[in-house]
Design a protein around this ligand. Structure first.
Ligand SMILES: Cc1cc2nc3c(=O)[nH]c(=O)nc-3n(C[C@H](O)[C@H](O)[C@H](O)COP(=O)(O)OP(=O)(O)OC[C@H]3O[C@@H](n4cnc5c(N)ncnc54)[C@H](O)[C@@H]3O)c2cc1C
Ligand code: FES
Length: 282
C-alpha cells in the first residue's frame, strides 16, 4: 500500500561548502522512475530524512528546470542538519516531497519582481532567480536585495555576475565587516537598501524570506513606501512533523504552513488570529 510518509532514497552527488555553518548538497533519487517524475516549483520544500536520526523540512534551492539533480542549502543547527554535515558524496538520505505552495510565479500576472532575502532566506528564492533568468522576457524590472551577517556569509557569490548579466539588479549589504575582510559594499541591514532600490509599487510583486524579525521590518518599510499587503509574499518557517497537513504541528489558526504555505500573501496573514512576523503591521 502507498505510504505518503515513506521517504525515497536519494544519493548525495556533490557537496559545496557555502559558509562556516551552511552547505549546499546536490541529490538524485536512486529509483529511476522517481527521479524522472520528480518536479518542483520555486519555494517548495522536501522533508529530508537522515535514517535513524530524524527528519527536517528543507527548501529546494536549485533550478526547477533541472529536477533530476536538485539541491538543498542547509544550515547545520540541530540533530538532522548536524548529522548531514558529516555525510559525504555517495551517502544516502531519504527525501519525501515536494511539499507546499511555493512562490506565485505562475499564479500572478507579475511584471516587476522585487526579491528581498536575509541569510539562508536566499535558498528558497534562488529557484525563483533561476526561473526568472530562464523566462527573462516575461518579466520587467527584477531587483534582488540581499543581506547577510558578514561578507563570508553571503550565499552563492559565484552566481552574482550571471544574475547581473541577465539584467537582474542585485544590491548587497552585510551587518558587519570583520577586520581583515575586503568589502567595499554597503554595511547595514537589508532595509537600508530601500534607499537605493529602484523598485516601485506599481505592478511589482515582492517575495521575501529571512528571519521573521527581518521580514517584519521589510513589510513595515514596504507598506510605508506604498506597497499593498496583497503585493507582498513571505515564506514562513514553523516546526513540522508530517509536512502534509495531518499532525497540526505547523498550524496557525486555520492555516497549515506545510500545505497552505510556506509562502503566504501578507494580506492573508493579516486575516489570521495569531500574530505572525511579530504582528508587524495590523
Ligand atoms: C518550509 C521550511 C523550509 C525550510 N528550509 C530550510 C532550508 O532551506 N535550509 C535550512 O537550513 N533550514 C530550513 N528550514 C529550517 C529547518 O527545517 C530547521 O532548522 C530544522 O529544525 C532543522 O532540523 P534539525 O533536526 O537539524 O534541528 P533541530 O534538532 O530541530 O533543532 C533546530 C533548532 O531548533 C531548536 N529546537 C529544537 N527543538 C525545538 C522545539 N521543540 N521548539 C523550538 N525550538 C526547538 C534547537 O535548539 C535548534 O536551535 C526550513 C523550515 C521550514 C519550515
Ligand atoms: S507539519 Fe503536520 S500539519 Fe503541517
Amino acid at each position: 500500500m502507498f505510504n505518503p510518509f515513506k521517504p525515497e532514497r536519494a544519493i548525495i552527488k556533490d557537496i559545496i561548502k557555502e559558509t562556516t555553518d551552511t552547505t549546499t548538497y546536490t541529490f538524485s533519487f536512486l529509483d529511476e522512475g522517481v527521479r524522472r517524475e520528480f518536479r518542483f516549483r520555486p519555494g517548495q520544500f522536501n522533508m529530508l530524512t537522515i535514517f535513524g536520526i530524524g527528519e527536517a523540512p528543507i527548501s529546494i534551492s536549485s533550478n526547477p528546470a533541472e529536477p533530476e539533480t536538485f539541491q538543498h542549502t542547509v544550515r547545520h543547527v540541530g540533530n538532522v542538519t548536524k548529522f548531514l554535515s558529516k555525510m559525504q558524496p555517495g551517502d544516502i538520505v531519504g527525501i519525501r516531497g515536494p511539499y507546499g505552495t511555493g512562490w506565485p510565479l505562475d499564479v500572478l500576472p507579475i511584471k516587476n519582481l522585487l526579491i528581498i532575502a536575509g541569510g539562508i532566506g536566499l535558498a528558497p528564492l534562488r529557484p525563483v532567480i533561476h526561473e526568472v533568468i530562464d523566462r527573462r522576457p516575461e518579466f520587467g524590472q527584477v531587483e534582488v536585495l540581499y543581506g547577510a551577517r558578514t561578507p563570508a556569509e553571503l550565499l552563492y557569490p559565484a552566481e552574482y555576475e550571471a544574475w547581473r548579466q541577465a539584467g537582474i539588479s542585485l544590491l548587497l549589504t552585510v551587518d558587519a565587516v570583520p577586520s581583515g575582510t575586503a568589502w567595499e559594499g554597503q554595511v547595514g541591514v537589508v532595509t537600508d537598501l530601500f534607499r537605493q532600490m529602484s523598485s516601485r509599487p506599481g505592478e511589482t510583486a515582492v517575495f521575501t524570506c529571512g528571519p521573521e524579525i527581518m521580514m517584519s521590518y521589510v513589510v513595515k518599510g514596504l507598506l510605508a513606501r506604498g506597497f499593498k499587503p496583497e503585493q507582498i509574499y513571505v515564506s514562513l518557517e514553523r516546526r513540522m512533523n508530517c509536512g502534509v497537513k495531518k499532525c497540526g504541528k505547523c498550524q496557525i489558526g486555520p492555516k497549515f504552513v506545510c500545505r497552505d504555505g510556506p509562502v503566504f500573501a501578507y494580506a492573508e496573514l493579516l486575516t489570521l488570529p495569531e500574530e505572525v512576523l511579530g504582528g508587524a503591521v495590523r
